[in-house]
Design a protein around this ligand. Sequence first.
Ligand code: ADP
Ligand code: MG
Length: 347
Amino acid sequence: MSAITLGIIGSGQLGSLLCQAARKLKVKTIVISDDNQGPAQNYADQFIFSKYDNKNKIKEFLDKVDVVTYEFENIPVETLKQINKEKKVLPKPNINEIIQNRKLEKTFVNDLGIKTTEWAFINSAEDVKKNEKLLPGILKTNTLGYDGHGQFILNSLSDLKKDWCFTADYILEKKVNLKKEISVVISRFSNGETYIYEPIENVHKDQILKHSKIPADISDKIYKEAQSNAKMIAEKLGYIGVMCVEYFIDQNDNLLTNEIAPRVHNSGHLTINAFNISQFENHVRAVCDLKMEPVKKISNAEMDNILGNEIEKFQNKSFKDNEFFFDYKKKEIKDKRKMGHLTILKS
Ligand code: ADP
Ligand code: MG
């Protein structure tokens, strides 16, 4: 057994896949989660069910781990900072502080000279009126959004509801006429070494990722710009671990940074089968300060997310040699919930 024990906050599919990668590297895993049904308990060496502010449980967790990472970004930064006083948290909590807040995130990206959609910070109906030029636009909660939760489409000022009292902060983004969406997954190690996976082309439906593929059908220029932006962002953040940058490509071939995920990412699931070292393995290697190994592409690939009750038909299906079905083993099927995925290797 390796001497390292990795603590993971969160117990969804990303946590599960991190645990599986860790096992391959003989790194022990302890998952802490406030969801007692979390599927990662099937793959972790130990599972601790706890609220994230339960000091005793957090202490029990911290006594057992060497380093801590997280599978989702919406953990209170204060919690991460407290944990970081005892055991190193990677990616660093101050990175999460920037990325979980759309205003800070976009400001950070723009300050690097990297383009995003046009946007404005909003905390009243008046602010929306002042930014009418951004309509049709999308109003997004400034914090805590995922899979399109907390997003409202505003085609015109008449869509502003009278009863909206703007108790939360928002940003308003101009709606982009999308030609394509792509993402770049980058792993960065403590010595500054990086590996950048090739851009992945993504299709979303109802703001949820549905389909990913490599190679992305994009120009060389966009390929290089997407990778170099991701590298610039990771370097500026002093990032350690795997990070993903989501991009929009507009009708004029402008590359716009949509958002950064300070973690492994759904669009990178195809790296499990299409590369010798997946995003999950690279993340574990980087945060546990293991050696970076040469990454090699094995095959082109496509990945489909399996949402809600679609999972039932896959559970009874047989698969070809180039098809890899992942069942997240979630206890409850919910509409639009990510229940599994299928990766197909292509020539
Ligand atoms: P989440 O945090 O929920 O992932 P995103 O900002 O990534 O939120 O939005 C989810 C998806 O919604 C995007 O991948 C894209 O398909 C669509 N979307 C979001 N913002 C815009 C925009 N400004 N213009 C066009 N499409 C958008
Ligand atoms: Mg997104």
